[in-house]
Write a protein that binds this ligand. Structure first.
Ligand SMILES: Nc1nc2c(ncn2[C@@H]2O[C@H](COP(=O)(O)OP(=O)(O)OP(=O)(O)O)[C@@H](O)[C@H]2O)c(=O)[nH]1
Length: 436
């Protein structure tokens, strides 16, 4: 697995939607709770200064079995300066806010740094869907299973453990490992000052993790403010959000109760999880892995749907659907279908229903999707991007939106590309552990 890590950074100032408002607007998000601009703890929002961002690419050569909590992003940063790939943002001259990170010392099992192959093979961003940026292979083909990038943004006050979470994930990701790419963006707060969320970064992310420390009530208030901003963005950002309470190993120093965390997550309709990045890496990484896996599956599905709905395919569907379907048996094959079968990269996935080709020379019946199937594809694409409850599902709480397809909706699909073995990707599978 390749993980791209963007270390804590002072981010470009984005005008806060709340900066000039007395409180969050409920217009864009009716579920957003009322809150004052000062937050519960009296934290006042101001615009902070900022600098450009730097992206680091980590490629983990082999899984590490180290259980230590001793990997330093600072060391990784130094190494990355030699080999790292810098993304579209400019290089940063800002100081790296690594306060309090002395306890994280580097070990030899730290990730090796290489350029990110994904960025070279994917033409990104080529498709913007519902506020998300999705890479699509040059030529419009569906990317291979390992080429789908999952982008996470981690937000939180200083010293809550954002970097620790990232580093922990980087060094322990072998638990339940699967092939995927992940980009983790670590957004640090300004010391004792309100901050501005990197709105553009958030919009281009697939999910956000808002972290606070149970030993730091102010970090809880900042988390609330972050959720506030996320909930009131215009246009709305429809990415799943996980509220993560860290440092539960310091329960004796707890300043924020678990019920407060739950209440906050309920107010903002996010998932909630209490972890100890330091003491319980398995739990932490299991959460992260599941999050990334589900996002990855959903993105893969979305890529496939976008491919199917791309102009060439839609044109073909429409031309075929223009002729009323005849009741012909599915074993009669259209010559065009047969020829297209021989070139798997250009052929659409098989459909189970039949129709008649629109042209005279293709009078023989050939398998094409019915109108309902095309509509179902469209609705599934839409549903895939309505992932506001994915985290809730993952964490075993909450329920899915009512518009999610049921198990009988036939939303499963088989992806076969480049002779690879087939993977059963379906919403049914993604949400199979749904508990209502
Ligand atoms: N006890 C305990 N300490 C933790 C835990 N997670 C992180 N820490 C410690 O908290 C301190 C801050 O961790 P960081 O990961 O640097 O926090 P951060 O949010 O990235 O901080 P900034 O870079 O300042 O924004 C470090 O000393 C960590 O060792 C945890 O689960 N338990």
């Amino acid at each position: 697995m390749e993980v791209k890590y963007l270390p804590p950074q002072r981010l470009a100032v984005s005008p806060s939607p709340l900066a000039n408002q007395p409180g969050p607007s409920s217009l864009s998000n009716p579920k957003a709770p009322k809150a004052s601009s000062t937050g519960v703890g009296g934290a006042t929002r101001k615009h902070g200064t900022c600098s450009a961002q730097r992206a680091h690419t980590f490629r983990v050569a082999s899984p590490t079995k180290s259980n230590s909590f001793e990997h330093s992003p600072r060391v990784a940063k130094k190494r990355s300066e030699k080999t790292s790939h810098v993304t579209s943002e400019t290089r940063s001259s800002s100081p790296h806010p690594l306060n309090g990170r002395q306890s994280l010392t580097h070990k030899s099992s730290a990730p090796q740094l290489e350029s990110h192959k994904f960025l070279k093979t994917i033409k990104a961003p080529s498709v913007d869907q519902g506020g998300k940026t999705m890479g699509t292979k040059a030529g419009g083909a569906v990317p291979t299973l390992s080429e789908v990038l999952v982008r996470l943004i981690i937000i939180g006050a200083k010293q809550v453990g954002k970097s620790a979470l990232t580093v922990r994930y980087l060094t322990k990701r072998f638990i339940g490992e699967y092939r995927s790419h992940a980009e983790i963006i670590d957004v640090s707060d300004q010391p004792n000052a309100p901050w501005n969320l990197p709105i553009n970064r958030i919009r281009s992310s697939d999910a956000a993790i808002v972290v606070y420390s149970i030993t730091d009530r102010n970090s809880f208030h900042i988390a609330r403010e972050a959720l506030d901003v996320l909930a009131t963005l215009t246009p709305p950002v429809e990415i799943p959000v996980l509220l993560m309470a860290n440092k539960i190993d310091l329960n004796h120093l707890r300043k924020v109760s678990i019920s407060e965390g739950r209440e906050l997550s309920r107010q903002y309709n996010t998932a909630f999880h209490e972890v100890s990045v330091a003491d319980d890496p398995v739990d932490t990484i299991t959460v992260m892995n599941r999050v990334i896996r589900e996002l990855w599956i959903a993105k893969m599905e979305a890529h496939r749907n976008l491919f199917l709905l791309s102009p060439p395919f839609m044109h073909m569907f429409q031309s075929r659907l223009a002729v009323p379907p005849n009741s012909v048996s599915s074993d009669q094959r259209c010559p065009r279908s047969k020829s297209s079968d021989s070139s798997p990269t250009n052929s659409p996935p098989r459909k189970t229903t039949t129709a008649t080709c629109s042209t005279q020379e293709h009078a023989a019946p050939c398998p094409t999707p019915s109108t309902t199937e095309v509509e179902r594809d469209r609705s599934r694409k839409h549903t895939v991007f309505s992932m506001g409850r994915v985290f809730s599902h993952l964490m075993g709480r909450g329920s899915l939106p009512p518009d999610l397809p049921s198990s009988s909706s036939g939303s499963t699909v088989t992806v076969k590309e480049r002779g690879m073995s087939t993977d059963r990707l379906s919403l049914k599978k993604v949400f199979k552990k749904r508990s209502v």
